[in-house]
Design a binder for this molecule. Structure first.
Ligand code: ATP
Ligand code: MG
Length: 415
């Protein structure tokens, strides 16, 4: 659906399009005829790739770490450019988007819950208030407090930063011996790059939920939730849980798909999503059929999930988000019943990338995240990913197997 054209289409301000969602928002804006603007810092803008610069109708240069100033600058910018939609793209700036939309009287998320989709402690409170099934949790400022909290939660448990993403600082801990190290790992993030945003350094301890993991996005317009397709997720096992791949459709039976979609929608509403999109992750303990919500972000998913979902179902989540922030009915009906799977190439250890080759198998395409000569971080979070393969096929099993085959035949040398 075209809702505008070139300079005459509606204007949407994206709060930090640098990141995985940016490319999908740019493409969606092109399809819809939306003028896309970015709010960012000028130093961060200097690092934008050419395709992103070229796609933007304008840039609001401000300091996104200074909330009053950023709100003032963005409000003036939106009025000057007749912007009528605010789209958060970066999880840490979702509160700014809610506050800005309120100031401008535009569709947006509940400003009273603005921080709940960013801060996992406030998220835990919002889930508890709404009766969302989620892991039991406790907050700790240091290892001593964590030891006390662990007694109540039991082992294994999950230690994570209150505010972070990409599995950074997340550890699954089996017993007291590993706890102090896990708390230190979670507390090491005091600021988030590239803006230097100050983070809540409190640590969250959560009951460990066993079972398979899924994600489900929800587009919400005027407080009405529209569920999007469910995606199956693969992760590493052990102390560090890094997402190794995603497959759509999820392979879950239809009633459980509806259950996941329902819980994801409730979680999105619980953290105040009213006009926008939410990305929710759940785990289903074996043999239960009862999903637990791990987290919800008020943003598009990362990990090229927009591509995977569209390839499998025809649903374009970035289009749906732009429609939602403009207060329009979102296009959420699937138009195909194919399957797609993404698999990430992970190193066995950190070092320097010497060589990488991903075979060009029919039905797949690949992308490198790192180049030979780049430093490869230790495989403790998603920053270590070397590249990915996307496979399309008629069924989820085939797509997943094909992506797995391409990854297995890839050559990665880290010295
Ligand atoms: N309570 C839990 N029980 C079981 N596994 C968990 C729990 N919390 C987190 N995990 C595992 O750790 C992963 C990362 O945790 P979480 O999603 O909370 O962190 P994140 O940094 O926001 O992740 P990302 O941005 O990659 O989605 C999850 O995808 C899941 O595999
Ligand atoms: Mg997560």
């Amino acid at each position: 659906m075209m809702i505008g054209e070139g300079p005459h289409g509606p204007g949407v301000l994206v709060i930090e399009p640098m990141g995985n969602a940016g490319r999908f928002l740019v493409e969606a804006a092109g399809r819809l005829g939306v003028r896309l603007y970015a709010a960012t810092h000028e130093d961060v803008h200097d690092g934008y790739p050419q395709w992103l610069r070229a796609a933007l109708a304008g840039v609001c240069a401000t300091d996104l770490t200074d909330t009053p100033r950023a709100l003032e600058d963005m409000e003036a910018f939106c009025r000057r450019h007749a912007v009528t939609g605010i789209a958060p793209a970066w999880e840490l700036f979702t509160p700014l988007a809610a506050l800005l939309a309120e100031r401008l009287g535009l569709p947006g998320n509940d400003p009273r819950l603005a921080h709940a989709p960013r801060n996992k402690i406030l998220m835990g409170e919002a889930f508890a208030a709404a009766g969302i099934p989620a892991p039991r949790w406790a907050v700790a400022h240091d290892a001593a407090e964590a030891r006390q909290a662990a007694e109540a939660l039991g082992w294994p448990l999950v230690v994570k930063p209150a505010e972070q993403g990409g599995s950074w600082g997340v550890s699954v801990v089996d017993g007291p011996d590993g706890l102090a190290e896990a708390v230190a790992a979670a507390r090491r993030f005091t600021h988030a790059g590239p803006h230097g945003l100050e983070l809540d350094t409190r640590v969250l301890l959560q009951e460990y939920i066993p079972g398979r993991e899924y994600s489900c996005d929800t587009v919400v317009v005027g407080g009405v939730a529209h569920p999007l397709p469910v995606v199956g997720k693969d992760t590493t096992e052990g102390r560090y849980r890094i997402e190794t791949g995603h497959t759509c459709p999820s392979g879950l039976p239809a009633p459980l798909v509806r259950e996941v979609q329902d819980i994801a929608a409730r979680a999105a509403l619980a953290v105040g999503v009213r006009d926008g999109i939410a990305h929710t992750e759940v785990k289903i303990p074996p043999g239960t059929g009862s999903p637990y919500v791990i987290e919800t972000g008020a943003r598009l998913p990362g990990d090229n999930l927009c591509e995977v979902v569209e390839a499998a179902t025809g649903v374009n989540e970035a289009v749906a988000q732009l429609q939602a922030v403009l207060g329009l009915a979102p296009d959420t009906a699937p138009t195909r019943t194919d399957a797609a799977s993404i698999r990430f190439l992970l190193p066995e250890h950190g070092g320097v990338l010497r060589r990488v080759e991903i075979p060009d198998l029919p039905g797949t395409h690949s992308e490198l995240h790192l180049r030979p000569g780049d430093t490869v971080p230790e495989p403790s979070d998603s920053a270590c990913r070397i590249g990915h393969v996307v496979a399309r096929a008629e069924t989820a099993d085939r797509a997943r197997a094909l992506a797995g085959r391409a990854a297995a035949r890839s050559l990665v040398e880290v010295g």
